[in-house]
Design a protein. Structure first.
Length: 184
């Protein structure tokens, strides 16, 4: 479910003990060299042209079943002003164009600003995003893919998936470029 490798491909113990609000994760790469450098250049170096490369890679391995719509992880307004773009939205736009899956960029919003997840210890990330999203879309019976660049603990994706399920989403997939390996 969370895309962390297991010995025989079974669901990991963490997902069995505390299932996430999404049913599966489709992660193309492991977040380590050289994928990490590529994503960092895109996200923090404003190399927006890399969004097309990342979307092209993702489009080669779509989730099964295909979602009815793509929803990018929303950014808080303050973060959007600083960065100048939402990396998840930029990937999702290109992914929608390549796959024909409808993009719903305004379905969800970030309701509050908090410290960037990357700056927090792994154990504090779920608390940081709790209650941070709202969704105004009617998702009854739909299959939704949440699009993001990197999944580390899964806290952001889990919280957004919780909100999407409250709005009626029948199936939620986390569709990310890269998955951070488990801490040793």
């Amino acid at each position: 479910m969370c895309a962390l490798p297991t010995s025989s491909g079974e669901t990991c113990g963490s997902c069995l003990a505390d299932p996430p609000n999404f049913q599966r994760t489709c992660a193309l790469l492991t977040y380590r060299f050289p994928a990490d450098r590529l994503i960092q250049a895109f996200k923090y170096g404003s190399r927006l042209a890399l969004a097309d490369t990342l979307a092209a890679l993702m489009a080669e391995a779509p989730p099964d079943p295909l979602p009815d719509r793509l929803i990018p992880v929303p950014l808080a307004r303050q973060r959007l002003r600083v960065r100048g773009f939402n990396q998840a939205l930029e990937i999702a736009r290109r992914l929608a164009a390549r796959t024909g899956i409808p993009l719903d960029p305004n379905a969800c919003s970030r309701t509050r600003h908090g410290p960037p997840q990357v700056e927090l210890p792994w154990k504090e990330r779920a608390k940081n995003v709790r209650g941070a999203f709202a969704c105004g879309a009617d998702l009854r019976g739909t299959r939704v893919a949440i699009v993001d660049d990197v999944m580390t603990t899964g806290a952001t994706l889990d919280e957004l998936a919780r909100v999407l399920r409250q709005r009626g989403a029948a199936d939620v997939t986390a569709w990310v470029v890269a998955r951070t390996p488990r801490k040793p």
